[in-house]
Design a protein around this ligand. Structure first.
Ligand code: MLT
Length: 405
């Protein structure tokens, strides 16, 4: 008789965005005549840029010709893409990353969920609170988080780093010493950033206590301010303590086509001298058969001159939405942050309303969908996230509707 992995049974409810999708579907079914504007999940709405589409078509044609057909992709990803990544994302910023340290994948969500597999079950994780739920949930699945307190929403073995108005939504070095530190900047969900010197402090701390930082830089393309680092490898010493995760979803619209990568430097070793690069290569080779050739080819096109110009335009389009949401909510009297270096706006719910109550209220009164802050952790209670990834027309309509209630 089989049994299931009991750690999975510890997970409360379903995944945040699945919960939201279910609620919205139920509302739509009950109100078929209402038009709903979705600013909940951070999913892009602009079509793939022309340079990317062109390369996709070409790559599809290559698959139809025996001379250019491709089967399994190389373990780490095609070298043409890893070279483009190193040149454009790292060399350009003076960051030391080599092509055999880049692991191409089907996206940052899988990588940020899977990377914990290479660490010991007893490692203590530290997370920002609020936090992208994948980091915590996947550690729950791995049996690393202890017991859940439904009252507080906290796991007994997780070290939480509250990110609140008081600390400008920037985590502080925790009192207890973690083994694995998850950081995400620009931050999902708050849209907050930290300066290069603040990130350097984290790198210095991690090296001192021999912790590893899992740095999620999925939103780096949205950075508009000079002093905000695009990569953790801009900091001295990061090669001995940091893994970086990147996505093509947000910077180039690949949410439906799927592409991302993780950097694991060869200088990064566990306290007993095991190379994490070798371990991740072993895991990657065993469990993953590569992002499709046509998608990796399209990923390379993101780094072409046209690709860069066109994706830059898309980012500017979304950031214009962010500005519209930010200013519109401010005018309407909301307390708002984020939206400057990130496509997320983080607002305080009015009159101390609970996050999920505000979700229901907004859906019912304005047919606007956002994400309840408490879904990201206890410190998100009383907050709400709106994304700038909608169309401009929908963004304007959503703000008008919110102002009108
Ligand atoms: C979000 O809305 O937080 C993200 O889109 C989710 C994701 O990237 O998986």
């Amino acid at each position: 008789m089989f049994k299931v992995n009991e750690d999975y049974l510890k997970l409360p409810g379903s995944y945040l965005f699945s919960d939201i999708a279910k609620k919205v579907a139920a509302y739509q079914a009950a109100n078929p005549d209402k038009s709903i504007i979705r600013l909940g999940i951070g999913d892009v709405t602009q079509p793939l840029a022309p340079a990317i589409i062109k390369r996709l078509h070409e790559a599809v044609d290559e698959m139809a010709d025996a001379k250019t057909f491709k089967g399994y992709a190389p373990d780490l990803g095609y070298e043409f893409l890893r070279k483009a990544i190193v040149k454009n994302d790292y060399e350009k910023r003076g960051a030391e990353v080599y092509i055999d340290e880049v692991f191409v994948s089907d996206g940052a969500k899988s990588d940020s969920g899977n990377i914990q597999e290479i660490f010991d079950r007893n490692c203590r994780i530290a997370v920002c609170d609020p936090v992208y739920p994948v980091y915590v949930d996947t550690n729950v699945m791995a049996g690393r988080t202890g017991t859940y307190d439904a009252e507080t929403g906290l796991w007994s073995d997780v070290i939480y780093m509250p990110c609140t108005e008081e600390n400008n939504f920037a985590p502080e070095i925790p009192k207890e010493t973690p083994d694995i530190i998850y950081l995400c900047f620009p931050n999902n969900p708050t849209g907050a950033t930290i300066t290069k010197s603040m990130l350097q402090d984290w790198v210095d701390y991690a090296n001192k206590v021999k912790a590893v930082i899992i740095y999620d830089a999925a939103y780096e393309a949205y950075i508009s301010e000079d002093d905000v680092p695009h990569s953790i490898y801009e900091c001295e010493g990061a090669r001995t303590c940091a893994i970086e995760i990147r996505s093509f979803s947000k910077n180039a619209g690949f949410t439906g086509t799927r592409l991302g990568f993780t950097v694991v430097p060869k200088d990064l070793k566990s306290s007993d001298g095991v190379s994490l690069n070798a371990l991740w290569a072993r895991r990657h080779g065993t469990k993953f058969n590569g992002a499709p050739y046509i998608i990796q080819a399209a990923g390379e096109a993101v780094y072409s001159d046209e690709g860069k110009a066109q994706t830059k335009e898309q980012i500017a389009y979304y950031m214009n939405n962010a500005k519209y949401i930010y200013n519109g909510l401010k005018e309407a009297g909301y307390t708002v942050s984020g939206g400057v270096n990130a496509p997320y706006i983080w607002l305080k719910t009015p009159d101390g309303m609970k996050s999920w109550d505000f979700f229901d209220y907004l859906l019912d009164k304005a047919q606007v969908v956002g994400t309840p802050g408490s879904g990201f952790g206890p410190s998100g209670e009383g907050y709400f996230r709106l994304t700038a990834f909608g169309s401009y027309e929908n963004t304007v309509a959503a703000i008008e509707r919110i102002k009108a209630i």
